[in-house]
Design a protein around this ligand. Structure first.
Ligand code: PBG
Length: 352
């Protein structure tokens, strides 16, 4: 048998693994011995989930003292800014290091160009200012993409049936700068346009935001698991038949994700996101192993909805499935996890 030796990049006989295997055989070796007692299982755990790993995505709407439940995401609501601030305080109290803020915009304010995205007084910028004022130490992350602001629901500008790249990048830069001006700590481009990380980095630096981090949705797949999120932000049905396939990645591809990561890192990304989470653990594992940079998994709305729906039917133990799914991200190589379960998981972790 042959295997690729990771250090030398050459083929070597599987001797090392063979040597491992000859360490012991049943009955001298009994794998169950280490699993027999709780202390031993705890002591020998290779990976651990901590509250420090959690990023809580939150939805914001206009109004005051308003909360609208998202039907397809039981337990998740869109909140007006005052209530969002209360959630930010809750995140801090639970020890969650960062939140991600997503706006649900009045359809009357949307247009083809997503113009409102570049307006420093838009909902998300006002929300960020309010959160940073109340919780200056809490990390605040904002998406950079036009979909909450476009009337067709795409992440970029639509011209003659095509999402135009370079024109979109110009709007994304304005969006990033106004979010950073509002106090956002981490800019997270989720649009998948080419060249946007370099352009956003230059725009941020030009506006005096050298220390604002870029957490790029590097490997973002054209996925069926985003459905409930699109309900939550009111992105509605997409125009055009192929969905977002002309800019988001083909779920069949893995090498392409590595190519994307190398480009975004060269353009100045500080952190990379792999999204969705559970169906793409192999991509996360490769990303961490091949690049050794901070990697974040996004357990997306559809993954959350699946676990919630199954547990509501008593088809599985929801808490157990939640914790197992989050630990799976850690095992695969995640440094942090964007998850709608963040507060529930934080509460459980605090119980010990
Ligand atoms: C916007 C964006 C999406 C998500 C995060 N940012 C939706 C999409 O690309 O269609 C999905 C998050 C989720 O499903 O939880 N570009």
């Amino acid at each position: 048998m042959l295997a690729i030796c990771p250090e030398e990049g050459c083929e070597i006989p599987l001797l090392r693994f063979g040597a491992k295997m000859s360490r012991g055989q049943y009955p001298a070796t009994r794998m169950r011995r280490n699993r027999m007692k709780a202390f031993s299982r705890r002591m020998l755990a290779e990976h651990r989930l901590s509250v420090d790993d959690l990023i809580w995505p939150l939805f914001v709407i206009e109004g005051e003292d308003k909360a609208e439940p998202v039907t397809s995401m039981p337990g998740v609501s869109r909140h007006s800014i005052d209530r969002l601030v209360a959630q930010a305080r809750e995140a801090e109290a639970l020890g969650i290091p960062a939140i991600a803020v997503f706006p649900s915009i009045d359809p009357a304010l949307k247009d083809n160009e997503g113009t409102l995205a570049g307006d420093g007084d838009n909902l998300v910028c006002r929300a960020v200012r309010a959160v940073k004022k109340a919780c200056p130490e809490l990390g605040v992350i904002c998406d950079v993409a036009l979909d909450p602001f476009t009337d067709h629901g795409h992440d970029g500008i639509l011209r003659d049936g095509e999402i135009v790249n370079d024109e979109t990048v110009a709007v994304l830069c304005r969006q990033a700068v106004c979010q950073a001006d509002a106090g956002c700590d981490i800019i997270a481009p989720s649009d998948m346009m080419d060249g946007r990380v370099a352009a956003i980095r230059a725009a941020l630096d030009g506006a005096g935001h050298q220390n604002v981090q870029i957490m790029s949705y590097v490997a973002k797949y054209a996925s069926g698991f985003y459905g409930p999120f699109r309900d939550a932000v009111g992105a509605g049905k997409l125009a055009g038949g192929d969905g977002k396939a002309s800019y988001q990645m083909n779920p069949a591809n893995s090498d392409e994700a590595m190519h994307e990561i190398s480009l975004d890192l060269a353009e100045g990304a500080d952190i990379v996101i792999i999204k969705p989470g559970m169906p793409y653990l192999d991509i996360l594992g490769r990303a961490k192993a091949e690049f050794g940079v901070p990697c974040v998994a996004y357990q997306v709305s559809g993954e959350y909805a699946m676990i919630k729906a199954a547990s509501a039917n008593n088809w599985l133990d929801g808490e157990r499935a939640m914790m197992e799914s989050l630990l799976g991200f850690k095992r695969a190589g995640a440094d942090a996890i964007l998850t709608y379960f963040a507060p529930d998981a934080a509460r459980l972790l605090a119980k010990g």
